[in-house]
Design a protein around this ligand. Structure first.
Ligand code: AG3
Length: 276
């Protein structure tokens, strides 16, 4: 018998993967969590029925959410990651030679545990000497700290459930305060094809708070539509211009691609109000 997992990426389209087994299903205090084995992408982590990461394509998202900011900030010493309990973003952050400390603030310790149990190539970062892992609410964390990070990366789920507030203007304003005066924010900002409203919400929210706001794209096969966006809010430096040349061990990111990722299709430019 064949077993298939489907994520309903919109009410009108599903993304299905043939599954060879279920490794974990549980209701955590915050969300439904599952780890399944798939033929095409290896192990897959699901939260509330949405694909968070897979063994085979995780590198694309994790390199791209981390290295654009780490390579374009001259001194990315202290990096804060909100969410990202699987450890993939933290792995790329602490691998960067200029980073001295990566702090991960994840609200759901069961996500961290699932990574430790089933995704050793992601969770290895949780025990790295440059890493600090806190099980706390990231929204509260940024309210309670000030002027102490060079980069903040928001590695959240889509804006449903516990992540809704991570897309709000008040949250971006608190991130602005937690950053030093030349700091940079990066968020995952969803799919321009299937969730243009989310792209706009993130981009416009960040634009109201940060002097420089830019969007870049990456192609991620297991995320809705495959075309994924990230938005950067920067106090000083242009995220399009790399000033470090770290690209060792990367399989998607390169210094050439760094610049190319900011070249947007016309429909995306229009979505965020450029070139109109
Ligand atoms: N965070 C972003 C996942 C968004 C995917 N959305 C979806 N499948 N509808 C992933 C966490 C990886 N560290």
């Amino acid at each position: 018998m064949e077993l298939w997992f489907t994520e309903y990426q919109t009410p009108a389209i599903g993304f299905s993967c043939k599954s060879t087994g279920t490794l974990r299903t549980e209701k955590t205090a915050y969300q439904d969590l599952a780890v399944i084995e798939t033929e095409q992408f290896g192990r897959m982590l699901l939260l509330d029925g949405m694909v968070m990461t897979t063994e085979k394509d995780e590198f694309i998202y994790h390199e791209m959410i981390s290295l654009i900011a780490c390579n374009s900030h001259p001194r990315p010493s202290k990096v804060l990651i909100i969410g990202g309990g699987d450890g993939g973003t933290l792995r790329e952050v602490v691998r960067h030679p200029a980073v001295e400390q990566g702090t991960l603030v994840e609200i759901d310790d069961r996500v961290i545990q699932a990574a430790r149990d089933f995704f050793p190539s992601l969770s290895c970062a949780l025990d790295h000497e440059k890493s600090k892992v806190l099980v706390e609410d990231g929204i509260k964390y940024v309210q309670e700290h000030e002027n102490c990070y060079d980069i903040v990366i928001v590695d959240s789920t889509d804006p449903v459930g516990p992540a809704i507030e991570l897309f709000s203007k008040s949250f971006y304003a608190n991130v602005y305060k937690v950053l030093k005066d030349d700091g940079m924010l990066v968020v995952q900002s969803d799919s321009p094809y299937y969730h243009p409203d989310v792209v706009k919400m993130a981009f416009n929210g960040i634009k109201e708070i940060f002097p420089l706001t830019r969007l870049y794209l990456a192609n991620i096969p297991t995320y809705p539509s495959g075309l994924w966006s990230f938005t950067v809010g920067s106090k000083k430096y242009d995220p399009q211009e790399p000033c470090h040349s770290h690209q060792e061990g990367c399989r998607y990111y390169s210094l050439e691609l760094h610049k190319a990722a900011f070249q947007l299709p016309v429909l995306v430019e229009q979505l965020i109000g450029n070139g109109e």
